[in-house]
Design a protein around this ligand. Sequence first.
Ligand code: GAR
Length: 205
Amino acid sequence: MKSLGVLLSGRGSNFVAIADSIDAGRIPNARIAVVISNKADAPGVATARERGLTTLVIPSKGRTREEHDRELAGALTQHNVDLVCLAGYMRLLSPWFVRQFPQRVLNIHPSLLPAFPGLEAQQQAFAYGVKVSGCTVHFVDEELDHGAIIVQKIVPVLDSDDEHTLAARILEQEHVAYTEAINVVLGGRYELRGRRLKTTQGQPL
Ligand code: GAR
């Protein structure tokens, strides 16, 4: 049984998608050991509590990145977390933190990276006028929205779209993509050469 630690700062729909996938057996042999937020009032924390999961709030405000990340890493280690999933976690992790969990931190981003890193990626893509966008699940490295790509999903931009309808269709694909990526990583079903990740047969899940 593998243990996931989910980090979030807001709504938590990606967290819910992961939790639903586990409950439905789409992510086999896994459990969410802890849900951690840097924001006490994140709706995702309330949802996690309602689902009976262990939740922690580790506030980031007014603390140095390193101080905060040490507490975060300590909590994840204490809960024996095998894989850390950032699910709308809107705080940059320190290089120190990333080094504690090599190839063990995933992030989801609402664009086809390397296009539109940073905040409000869907709005950036819409304003730029791209004809396709999508989402990316990638390993977290020391640079923002940068690590090796595990799964991407393409979402066409329709003439009838506004930034909200586009963001909503990207979000649907995010929920599918995260489950796929977690299965690839937990199953050891990949080989990584530089930035290129090749999906392999790997362990039976
Ligand atoms: C998602 O769209 C996620 O891709 C994005 O924040 C949203 C969180 O939604 N993350 C980033 O932009 C990270 N750079 P959720 O709280 O409903 O999962």
